[in-house]
Design a protein. Structure first.
Length: 653
């Protein structure tokens, strides 16, 4: 229940006596005029309503009974409170946010209270959120000449007021707020028993936003663990930078929600100073992350310069901000530094977005999209903080909470960052696979070159040995044969059998040596060379024998490589087959058919008595040697007995 205290002065009409006014009446009239014309506080107070605290059931606002003014901090002594003109009504907008120009000053409130009960009553005075210091003064309501006496009791953001029965007092409260943009001025008197419920109701308006803040902080915590895990897998320093950024943002959101509305010194320190330090530290490492993640130093030199400048702006602003805070600088200057830094970051974000859109890099597109959302919602959050705009007319609506939009921007940026990271990991995986394949091919190439070099060395050594054999051994064997023939010619009919054997052995040795030399020369490692050598040998072998030798070979043989080992084994196997024909077949004709395609096929056909395969298997070492030679080079040997003997050699080329 509120009371209206009015001072009524009633003047009765007086009649003049004669033509002059009585002197006492004139003196009274002048005194009344002077009294009514003096503009004093007492008249305003008498015209204002008084809160009867005995009628307060739980909590009651005192706006209608209250006036306010501002004065510079520490600029007014307690004894001069009576001289301060406190005559402004509190704007309704102060209930949501105190203007920046007001926060840096001391706010003075003046309000009357009355205890209409027959016993003493204690109530709690609560001015608003983030009021870190309340100094309360009182004097008797009717005594305009009395000095204001301090009320020293102050606890947990509330000033305690105790009033005696029937007491009517005028109170002045000097308020100092935390230097932050989320302060409110909505003075309330609260009954002692209702304090816990009042605090709960005060914080209930932020319940939804706080839950979202905890959720976002939890998501960022998962990102911290993920970034650290990725770092220990790849040892890429950019993930440490991102984990520090995520830690700062998670801490900022968690502390904003957990400490909201609390009246601890740490909360005042956090809201007035430390939240900006945490945020800017996070952005500093976020910039470092971008530089490493996008490799701006090599791939994007322009962005590298922009990000370096941005890093220096953040460091400089933190130094200036800290110096001003410690030195208790003007809030307007501190707020200017903070806003200028945030606006600089906004400019850098816009530059990055424009550059990313222009570059159209797939990886950068993810980060640009995330940064675009973060920037847009950060602008909305920033405007809600520094202007009076709102998205809802309902008081304490979640749509008007600046922290909500900042969280939305963070979550969207996080989603696109994860998409970009997934793309980068996929791209890096493909690059690593390509690199492994390249290294594998490179190693195979080197191994191949090594083998080629070994083969070339072997071929050179073979050529050298064959040349030495031809020059040294060949000439010696030829000399032995020549001398044996000269001795035979001189002895005529008295030739010794040993001389004949020497001549025959020398001739045979010369043929074998020529075969070895032919095998060792690398320039002969072709199918064409083998066919030509077999033909020349067969013609010479059957030249002075009763057996006619016929050849069927392709008119043109494609150039295909054939190693010296394969040439040697095929030739020796063919040589053994020709020798068998001459010794055992009693044939008069031998036909040699050679086919060259994907397989080299050599058929030796005679018209002799045929071969006894059972007897050959039991006693013939020649056939076994032929089979071993062909098998050692993955070839195939078949012998058929049909109107003579047919020996077939087959080798896949």
């Amino acid at each position: 229940m509120r009371y209206q205290a009015n001072c009524h002065i009633t003047l009765q009409p007086l009649k003049r006596i004669g033509h002059s006014w009585p002197l006492p009446f004139l003196i009274y009239l002048l005194y009344s005029f002077l009294l009514l014309s003096i503009p004093g506080k007492s008249q305003r107070l008498l015209a204002s309503s008084i809160i009867d605290i005995s009628k307060v059931q739980s909590a009651d606002t005192i706006d209608q009974s209250l006036f306010y003014t501002t004065y510079k901090k520490n600029g007014l002594a307690d004894k001069d409170l009576s001289t301060l003109a406190i005559n402004q009504k509190i704007p309704t907008s102060f209930h949501e946010r105190i203007p920046l120009a007001t926060i840096g000053k001391s706010i003075y409130l003046q309000f009357p209270l009355y205890n209409g009960a027959d016993s003493a009553i204690q109530v709690y005075f609560f001015p608003g959120l983030y009021c870190k210091k309340i100094e309360l003064f009182r004097r008797p309501y009717a005594d305009t000449y009395a000095s204001f006496e301090p009320v020293s009791k102050y606890a947990d953001g509330f000033a305690i007021i105790t009033m005696q029965p029937g007491e009517k007092s005028l109170f002045v409260a000097r308020l100092d707020y935390t230097m932050t943009t989320i302060t409110t001025l909505a003075p309330v008197v609260v009954k002692k028993d209702f304090i816990p419920y009042f605090k709960t109701r005060l914080l209930s308006n932020k319940t939804t936003v706080n839950l979202l803040s905890y959720l976002t902080a939890g998501i960022l915590l998962m990102m911290i663990f993920y970034s650290i895990a990725v770092y220990f897998q790849s040892y890429n320093i950019e993930f440490i930078y991102y984990s520090i950024y995520a830690t700062c943002m998670a801490s900022l959101l968690f502390l904003k929600s957990y400490l909201f509305g609390t009246t601890t010194s740490f909360n005042y320190f956090f809201e007035g100073f430390f939240d900006f330090v945490i945020q800017m530290t996070g952005y500093f490492f976020y910039i470092r992350f971008f530089r490493k993640f996008l490799n701006t130093k090599e791939d994007h030199p322009f962005l590298e310069k922009v990000f370096k400048i941005c890093g220096w702006i953040i460091v400089t602003s933190l130094v200036i901000f800290t110096a001003l805070y410690i030195g208790k600088g003007e809030f307007g200057v501190i707020n200017l530094v903070e806003n200028a830094t945030k606006q600089s970051l906004l400019v850098v974000s816009l530059i990055f977005i424009y550059y990313g859109i222009k570059k159209n890099d797939p990886l950068m597109n993810y980060l640009v999209t995330g940064q675009l959302f973060l920037t847009c919602f950060s602008i909305i959050s920033f405007l809600l903080l520094i202007t009076a705009i709102s998205f809802s007319n309902r008081p304490n609506s979640i749509l008007n909470d600046s922290l909500l939009y900042y969280q939305i921007g963070l979550v969207l940026e996080l989603i696109f960052f994860m998409s970009g990271l997934s793309y980068k990991n996929k791209r890096d995986l493909i690059e690593r696979i390509k690199e492994r394949e390249r290294l594998k091919l490179e190693n195979e190439r080197k191994e191949f070159e090594k083998q080629v070099a070994i083969l070339e060395a072997k071929q050179q050594e073979r050529n050298r040995i064959s040349a030495d054999m031809h020059d040294e051994l060949g000439s010696g064997v030829t000399a032995i044969r020549l001398m044996s023939e000269i001795v035979k010619a001189k002895m005529k009919e008295n030739t010794l059998p040993e001389i004949e054997k020497i001549s025959h052995s020398a001739n045979d040795l010369l043929n074998k040596m020529n075969t070895i030399i032919w095998t060792m020369v690398s320039s002969n490692d072709t199918v064409e060379s083998l066919v030509a050598y077999i033909r020349a040998y067969a013609v010479e072998f059957f030249e002075n024998t009763p057996i006619e030798c016929h050849f069927n070979i392709p008119s043109r043989i494609t150039s295909q490589d054939l190693s010296g080992e394969k040439r040697r084994n095929i030739f020796l196997a063919v040589k053994e087959a020709l020798n068998n024909v001459l010794k055992h077949s009693q044939a008069s004709i031998i036909t040699i058919n050679i086919e060259v395609n994907s397989q080299l096929t050599i058929e030796i056909i005679d018209n002799g008595i045929g071969i006894d395969l059972d007897r050959v298997r039991k006693f013939g070492n020649g056939l076994q040697n032929m089979r071993k030679r062909i098998t050692s080079i993955d070839g195939e040997l078949r012998i058929e007995n049909h109107q003579g003997t047919k020996t077939i050699f087959a080798l896949n080329l």
